[in-house]
Structure formats: C-alpha cells, structure tokens
Write a protein that binds this ligand. Structure first.
Ligand code: ATP
Ligand code: MG
Length: 412
C-alpha cells in the first residue's frame, strides 16, 4: 500500500480531472460508494471460484460479527447502490463513474499493489451494441487525451448463459488431454472455472492451450449478432481495436462483450483497463432485470505509463518578502487579501533574512517577489522583483492589490 506524495500526486490529479471532464462529455455522473461492503456481495457477484474471492479479499468480522470486505473492485458496490437506491425509477438509463481505492491481497510487484486505485464507469439499462461502442470510444478518447499512446484495445465476447455451457464443455474436453502440462492452479481451475485456464500467464499453460477451441466459434446467434454490432459501430466511429479470442476476464459476471486496454510497456502487468458486459448481474443481486456494461482503469498503471512526463506542482504567482515587524504585519494582511481574490501567494512566516526569503521564493519558483522593508513602507513604495531576470522596479503601495492582480493575470 503506497503513499502518494506531492510531486507524484499532480499526475494523479491530472488523470482524475481528465476522467471527470471526458466522462462528462459522454453523459456520466459520479457516484461515491463506501469502501467496505458485506462479504457476500462480492462472493455472489465476482464468483466463488475466482482468484479475487478465493484468495485476494481483505475480509474481517466487525463487532456485530458481520463479515465485511474491503472492496476489491467497483462494479459490485455500484450495482448494489443502484439497486438499493432504486436509481432505475429516476432514469431508465444510468451512466455512472467512480474513482477510488480498491484492495486485494496479492503478491506486490510493479503495477500490482494491495491498495490500488481504479477509475471506472458503468452504464445500466442499455442492451444495444451502440453503448458498447460508446464506452470503448470513450476509453480510447481518454487514453489519447491524457497522452498515453502505447495501448491497444482488445475485444472479445464471452457469450451468455445460453451458449457458454457449450463452450465450457468443448474447452473441458480439450483440456482433459493436456492436464499434465498445466500448472497447479490451472488443474484446479479445470474443474472449477475452466475458462480461466485459457487466460493463465504461466508459459507452460500458454503453450498447452495454444490450440484451444475459440469462444467465438461457440456463440449463439444473439451473441454473435451483438458482437458483430459492436465491431460495426466501432468501425463507424473510427475506434481502433483488435479481437483477442483468448481474453477471459477474471470475474464471473461478464457476458457477451469483454475488453482490455493492453500495453507492451509494463511487462506482465499489461492490462491498464479492463471491463465488459454483465447482463445478468443486476437481477442476480436482487435488482430489476437490466443489462449493464462497464470498465475500470488501474490508476497506478496509468501513472507508470505517464512515466517521466512530470506535471509540476503550481508555483506561487507572487512571493511577499518583508523586513521588520511592521512590514511583516502589512504583507501578512496583503497576502490574505490577495489569496481571497484568487492569487497563489506565499510569504516567509518566520522573519528570516532577505537573502533567505529570496532563496525560498526561488525554491518555490515564484514568478515575482514584492519586497517591503520598513523604509519602503514609510515611503509607500515596494520593490517588485522578477525572478527570471533578477530585475527590480519600484512600485507605489497605493492601489497595490489591483496592480498585483493585473500583473499576475498578465504573467499567466
Ligand atoms: P490483472 O490481469 O492485471 O490481474 P485483473 O483482471 O485482476 O487484472 P480487473 O479486476 O479487471 O483486473 O481490474 C481492472 C484494472 O485494475 C486492471 O486492468 C489493472 O489496471 C488494475 N488492477 C487490478 N489489480 C491491480 C492491483 N493489484 N494493483 C494495481 N492495479 C490493479
Ligand atoms: Mg488480477
């Protein structure tokens, strides 16, 4: 679990602000849900035999002996909130986004942490493949906008309760003959959740499942039509994608369209965003039978991909350097008045020497410094110093606030 310090937090703020802005263009509203939920919510939605539920959840008992879990993902809590607050009675279509910490007890490594952060979005109430295409286009738009270029959108379809059993059977038949080549986890998955075997990152498993039957060859007519529709609409709007028929998501609730934004620049942690359709989930959790689709981006991975393109913390537009008690009192008042008018102003709080104050202004990368000593105060004059050029000019203190506001606006 990481601290996010000044110097890096600016990148986080940038990524979050852009999500708010871009998702807003597509009609999404923010929803904020608690970080703790009843354990059963995740067991019922993500699935008992998934990695998350089997071994990654932070689960504990509270003082009333309820089993609670720190949320490992955002979709189940958002759907829980949607149902509980009957959001479908307000609007038949809900477009919601969220951002915040998620918790999984995983082996920490680059791009994989125990507290990590996701920015995600969900659309509830639309079955048409146009909405799949919109979500994917929004995701692509977001990545282009924040300047992350090394990504590829991969899509797949996992079918529905009609056609998945047929695929599962074909796959089990295929795997049966190759059990010896699979890792321990996959031998277990073969029985509990065979689709996950196709997605295993272990080289031996990858090789053994090379010729595995494709889920796309087992789709029913309706799923096939839906998947064709998604591709057609993506082409219509020029959103680039590739089909990856081996992509199997790690959560049980997905149906039909699934997708990942994949990069080659983060080693084995190659998915920066992932999601899919979950048409049965809302009903399964006790809500109305509405379809849904959504995704989550891993913010730590976005930050890693942004790399060294550091976003500097904002520097003060003005630094006030005062010498002597009276001048300090004057500048302290002036600083507050300017801050209330919207200027980023700093000063020295501890009566240091002029040299030390100028050093501080330099360190903060202030654009201008207004120097006021007792003598300047008596003459109602200040010295306005431009840090970049080390030049100074004398300016009158009458009307100084208006002057400094205008000066800062010109320097922006
Ligand atoms: P992976 O295959 O990388 O384990 P996942 O299938 O478990 O990913 P999801 O549950 O779909 O991931 O979460 C969506 C995104 O959240 C991932 O694509 C990734 O960017 C990010 N993510 C997931 N788990 C972690 C983690 N432990 N630390 C950091 N980011 C994570
Ligand atoms: Mg995972």
């Amino acid at each position: 679990m990481n601290d996010i310090l000044p110097g890096e937090v600016e990148t986080w703020q940038f990524l979050e602000e852009q999500a708010r802005r871009i998702f807003g263009l597509y009609g999404f509203c923010e929803i904020r849900v608690p970080v703790v939920e009843k354990t059963e919510l995740f067991q019922r939605s993500i699935g008992e035999t998934t990695d998350i539920v089997e071994k990654e959840m932070y689960t504990f008992r509270d003082k009333s002996d309820n089993s609670l879990t720190l949320r490992p993902e955002g979709t189940a809590p958002v759907i829980r909130a949607f149902i509980q607050n009957k959001l479908h009675t307000r609007d038949p279509i809900a477009k919601l986004f969220y951002m915040g910490p998620m918790f999984r007890y995983e082996r920490p490594q680059k791009g994989r942490y125990r507290q990590f952060h996701q920015i995600g979005a969900e659309v509830i109430g639309v079955e048409d493949p146009k909405i799949d295409a919109q979500i994917l286009t929004m995701l692509t738009h977001y990545f282009a906008n924040v300047g992350i270029a090394d990504v590829e959108l991969q899509i797949n379809s996992l079918g529905c309760p009609e056609c998945r059993p047929g695929y599962r059977q074909a796959l089990t038949g295929f795997l049966e003959k190759r059990l010896d080549a699979l890792c321990d986890d996959c031998r277990r998955r073969y029985r509990t959740n065979p689709l996950r075997v196709v997605d295993c990152k272990v080289p031996g498993c990858k090789e053994a499942t090379g010729g595995a039957p494709s889920v796309l060859d087992h789709l029913c007519g309706s799923c096939r039509g839906h998947f064709a529709g998604v591709q057609e609409h993506l082409r219509e709007v020029g959103t680039a994608f590739t089909i990856n028929e081996r992509m199997v998501r790690g959560l049980d609730y997905y149906t039909k369209t699934t997708f990942e934004m994949v990069t080659s620049s983060l080693g084995s942690q190659n998915a920066v965003a992932a999601g899919g359709r979950y048409d049965g989930l809302i009903k399964d959790l006790g809500g109305p039978p509405l379809p849904g689709i959504g995704f989550a981006m891993g913010v730590e991975r976005l930050v890693l991909m942004k790399g060294d393109t550091r976003i500097e913390p904002s520097s003060p537009e003005l630094f006030l350097a005062a010498l002597g008690e009276e001048a300090t009192r004057y500048t302290f008042g002036l600083m507050s008045r300017l801050q209330r008018r919207g200027l980023h102003v700093e000063m020295d709080y501890e009566g240091k020497s002029l040299k030390a104050q100028l050093r501080r202004a330099d360190k903060l990368m202030a654009k201008r410094v207004l120097i006021i000593g007792e003598e300047e105060l008596a003459r109602r004059q200040g010295q306005l110093r431009t840090m970049e050029t080390s030049t100074q000019e004398s300016i009158p203190l009458d009307n100084i606030e208006d002057f400094l506001m205008k000066d800062a606006a010109l320097n922006r």
